[in-house]
Design a protein around this ligand. Structure first.
Ligand SMILES: [Zn+2]
Length: 278
């Protein structure tokens, strides 16, 4: 699991600039600091279905991957129930291929958990299974679906992720994402935003890779208004919104955190979340 040394190194070093490790951490990091710094952050974005992570935080994924960080997208299911007239196995095959295309566009690596669309379960076995997958990725930052959601699978993905965070000893940054604001996601009051203006076309391409879902209709109806609305809130053209899981304990901040940035947007460094650079 990501430990304090990695995050502290990333922030304490002001990774974007000199790469200097905070003195108190130097001895702990002697064996792995170079590798860790070169590798950058590991980001894990969790979604219940194919196209959930793309639509909720696809722009943020693109920004992370463009900065050289590793992004893994964890899909709880393969969208088996998502294509009318197709069997579960047929739909899974089609939608898995769409995931591969979407992740290639975002420069992310997909991982499938293996649960079944519309039948996601939260059991001891599934908690353990999900936790093993997340821990295996050694994430620094994890995005989870917001739990107050009309879709059972979204709620299941949220709780499984939260449990993995708890069982990891709160070993990574946890934040929540939204989908279909007002329809599926509810009571979502963002604490942070990421300006996705520079990558919004790539996000759109990734969403459109899910051809079986009739993307022209869902993208225009749900995603474009949502990201424009969040952009208005954030003071930019289009944005993605997040709820920070546990702000008081957070070691890093979002790039567009205006309070932390003195109300001015600073150029990003290697970490989208680190504002220690200038
Ligand atoms: Zn979904």
């Amino acid at each position: 699991m990501a430990n304090i040394s990695r995050r502290a190194a990333l922030q304490g070093a002001g990774v974007c600039t000199a790469g200097i490790v905070a003195p108190g951490l130097a001895s702990q990091l002697v064996n792995d600091k170079t590798a860790e710094h070169n590798r950058g952050l590991k980001i894990v974005a969790v979604g219940a279905h194919p196209d959930d992570p793309e639509s909720s935080c696809g722009g943020t994924i693109a920004r992370y991957s463009d900065l050289g960080h590793q992004v893994v997208v964890v899909y709880l299911t393969r969208g088996e129930a998502g294509i009318p007239g197709k069997s579960k196995s047929e739909a899974a095959l089609i939608r898995s291929a769409e995931v591969q295309r979407a992740c290639a566009i975002l420069k992310a690596r997909p991982v499938f958990v293996g649960q079944v669309d519309a039948h996601a379960e939260i059991t001891d076995k599934h908690y353990q299974e999900f936790r093993s997958i997340v821990e295996g990725e050694k994430p620094d930052v994890v995005f989870a679906p917001w739990p107050i959601d009309s879709h059972r699978d979204h709620r299941a993905a949220s709780l499984l992720t939260y449990d993995a965070w708890e069982k990891s000893g709160k070993g990574f940054e946890l934040s929540y994402t939204e989908v279909d604001l007002g329809g599926q996601t509810n009571n979502f009051q963002p604490t942070d935003f990421v300006d996705i203006s520079s990558v919004v076309e790539r996000k759109k391409q990734a969403c459109f890779a899910h051809e079986s879902q009739n993307p022209p209709s869902f993208y225009v109806r749900y995603h474009e208004p949502m990201q424009r609305f969040r952009g208005l809130e954030h003071g930019c053209q289009v944005a993605e919104a997040f709820v920070r899981g546990f702000r008081a304990q957070s070691a890093v901040v979002f790039p567009d955190d205006r309070a932390a940035n003195g109300w001015s947007f600073k150029p990003l460094c290697r970490s989208l979340w680190t504002t220690t650079c200038s």
